[in-house]
Write a protein that binds this ligand. Sequence first.
Ligand SMILES: Cc1cc2nc3c(=O)[nH]c(=O)nc-3n(C[C@H](O)[C@H](O)[C@H](O)COP(=O)(O)OP(=O)(O)OC[C@H]3O[C@@H](n4cnc5c(N)ncnc54)[C@H](O)[C@@H]3O)c2cc1C
Ligand code: FES
Length: 367
Amino acid sequence: MITAFLIGLGVMCAVVLILTLVILACDATIANYGPVRIVINGEREITVQGGRPLLASLKDHEIFLPSACGGRGSCGMCKVRVLEGAGDPLATELPWLNAQERKDKIRLSCQVKVKRPLRIEVPRELLQVRQYRTQVIGMRDLTYDIKEVTLQLAPGERIDFQAGQFIQFEVPPYALADEPVYRAYSISSSPAQHDRVELEIRLVPNGICTTYVHRYLKVGDGVTVNGPYGDFHLQENDREMICVAGGSGMAPIKSILARLAETGSKRRIRYFFGARTERDLFLVDEMRALERTLTDFRFIPALSAPQDGAAWQGETGLVTAVLERHVTSVENAEAYLCGSPGMINATVAVLKKKGMPVERIYFDSFG
Ligand SMILES: Cc1cc2nc3c(=O)[nH]c(=O)nc-3n(C[C@H](O)[C@H](O)[C@H](O)COP(=O)(O)OP(=O)(O)OC[C@H]3O[C@@H](n4cnc5c(N)ncnc54)[C@H](O)[C@@H]3O)c2cc1C
Ligand code: FES
């Protein structure tokens, strides 16, 4: 009896699976949606070839939405409001959309396939995002696994961004990628430099973009980027600043510090930088130089596993524990956090325990 039931269930599942695959294959090969109209913000109209994701279709018309996962539905960054024509959100979108966003018809543009005319809303600032063709003019090792890459814009080109924002780097097809792939990288240089951007890129084993940068990219190569993007940026006020970063999370904080130094800021700034060992530390001399330039800035590196305990004179332990020891009052402070999701969650918990309101905690998670 049970055996017959299990066989029946198995057959049913197999039939459903085969039908789903057939429908997907037909959709990908036979279905021809022809040209489809998209109306943007009620004022601009574009016509795209139907059947492709909304994210890619917009990009073809030089309308760039942020995307850190290259359209795989795993970063949740490509949100856009679709007022008409997209049907219900897919299961792949639901984890990224809260109740209010679903009510507001927010969608992941990489998961919305353009099949019918659409009416969408794109935030004004994203319509300013541009694509830049750049050339690599510098590459240097900051650590054994982090490279600084300097990209020069074409003559006459100019990029305007706020300290802390990021760009998207286009990886051309190569051994690990069949088609162009995009990844997000924070700009580490000062926003006062309009003709070039510096990036700090940490190698992720087998990662598509970071392998390309670390193993293949060289001075003189061309690189296409688009941007700038992001809500994580310096807030222009007089509050005390608590910055916390780890690894390549250094990048946007470095840009923020450069901006503060250039504008002669007198803000009290404490920068906690977490690393595992001495060889994971970098830009220490630059940070010490900033301590001399800025009126009230201290750089506090913390090693969680110093190799030579006797030689290391600085803080030891997790950066969150060091933060907990150093910070006594958060009354007039705001925080800038950058690094892995784990580090950010732990730091937010410490700051909240100290009494910092969440709306004064700004962060960029590199996960
Ligand atoms: C707003 C933003 C800004 C960012 N800025 C920077 C920056 O300044 N410098 C920088 O180095 N990175 C930064 N990142 C991360 C970057 O966008 C890529 O995710 C990362 O470089 C990996 O890309 P990849 O193509 O090499 O790896 P992928 O091919 O995407 O991933 C390969 C595998 O590694 C895993 N993986 C992906 N990222 C990581 C990671 N960081 N650590 C461990 N495993 C990972 C994936 O889950 C996958 O299994 C930022 C991310 C965001 C969202
Ligand atoms: S691009 Fe990452 S979820 Fe859409």
